[in-house]
Design a protein around this ligand. Structure first.
Ligand SMILES: *Cc1c(COP(=O)(O)O)cnc(C)c1O
Length: 354
């Protein structure tokens, strides 16, 4: 066996319950886009529903179709922009969709459900014009299901822009809530949900947190979250290396003293990024060892030292706990100069999910 991502569905359920608690009385629409942030969309969907989510959100119409094909019956929101073909797929999956233009709204059949989106500062999707957004809500009539926005800086502590966005959203949505009591008002991602109760409204849309990763990039346990993904592989070879000998493409590692290298069958073809060259730790035998040399497409090498007792077949943990040690996705993200989201989303289909 090569690389395995073990998914703890119980942890996803408990993280969802934790987010429901953080959300006070607001409903939880858990986000399972991008194959459940790399955890497997169907596994994630079942687990979040178990944990108390009342609906699911994805980015793409195809993701909605996939969940329906797996027998998931929960209410679904497709958050992304949809062309005519994708809209047909989303509606066929009986998903709610997001609208911010008259043309899109007019293309919706009477049975469709639309969430009107105001761009309060994300600068991506949604209309920036609150008057147009109000006209869309009126025009939607029976099809109006929600009123929404999305924050750009909820994960940045000490930031004031989220409050600005919240102010713009409130100015638009507060008067509308009375006129459209059936519309669900929602704005908060994971970070906003944890950061400020004023962002909760009727429903929150947490993604990263339900997978047990910290939206602020710090320690998820400090937020009461449990990482749900453990990435493991096994030692396929152990070899003695003399001082001056090298390993991997470009000889990016040259042994300064005699040591032992373990070879592991995971590489950038699995999503274990090449930028982790000489820049990650791996847990083997309950201790940390440095990844040395270049990350190849299919393999990496780890300096386990002399007398480590590491042998072929030993389990190696790249993300997760082994004995007293733990490597968080947040640690890997910091080494890569990216965010935890990208670490798990990067895992390719070659990594077996179980
Ligand atoms: C991805 C996404 C979310 C979830 O964000 P997290 O930071 O993962 O909690 C919520 N809303 C929208 C519109 C999104 O695109």
């Amino acid at each position: 066996m090569r690389a395995l991502a073990r998914i703890d569905a119980g942890a996803i359920a408990r993280n969802t319950a934790r987010m429901a608690q953080a959300a006070g009385g607001a409903a939880v629409c858990a986000v399972v886009k991008s194959d459940g942030y790399g955890h497997g969309a169907v596994t994630a969907a079942r687990a979040v529903l178990e944990g108390g989510a009342t609906s699911l959100a994805v980015a793409a119409a195809e993701e909605a179709r996939e969940l329906r094909a797996a027998g998931i019956e929960a209410r679904l929101l497709v958050m992304g922009a949809l062309d005519a073909e994708e809209l047909a797929v989303a509606l066929d999956a009986d998903a709610d969709v997001v609208a911010w233009t008259e043309g899109f709204l007019d293309a919706l059949p009477a049975s469709a459900r639309a969430h009107v989106k105001l761009d309060t500062g994300m600068g991506r999707m949604g209309t920036r014009d609150p008057e147009l957004a109000t006209r869309l809500a009126e025009r939607a009539g029976e099809r109006l299901a929600g009123l929404m926005t999305h924050f750009a800086t909820a994960d940045e502590l000490g930031d004031t822009f989220m409050d600005e966005q919240l102010g713009r959203f409130r100015a638009w949505v507060d008067p509308l809530r009375e006129r459209f009591p059936g519309a669900v008002v929602h704005a908060a991602n994971s970070a906003a949900t944890l950061r400020d109760a004023a962002t909760h409204f009727d429903m929150v849309r947490p993604g990263i947190a339900v997978y047990g990763m910290d939206p602020f990039g710090e320690d998820p346990f400090a937020q009461g979250l449990e990482p749900a993904l453990t990435l493991t592989t096994q030692v396929l070879a152990v070899k003695d290396v003399a001082a001056g000998e090298s390993a991997g493409y470009g000889r990016r590692f040259v042994a300064r003293e005699p040591t032992q290298l373990a070879t592991l069958p995971i590489g950038y073809g699995d999503g274990w990024r090449r930028a982790l060259t000489n820049n990650a730790d791996v847990l083997i035998g309950g201790s940390r060892h440095p990844l040395v040399g270049t990350v190849s497409m299919d393999n990496i090498t780890v300096d386990v030292g002399i007398g480590s007792g590491v042998s072929v077949g030993d389990e190696a943990v790249l993300v997760g706990a082994q004995g007293p040690e733990r490597i968080l996705a947040e640690e890997v993200a910091k080494r890569l100069g990216t965010i935890n989201y990208e670490v798990t989303c990067a895992l390719t289909p070659r990594v077996v999910r179980a």
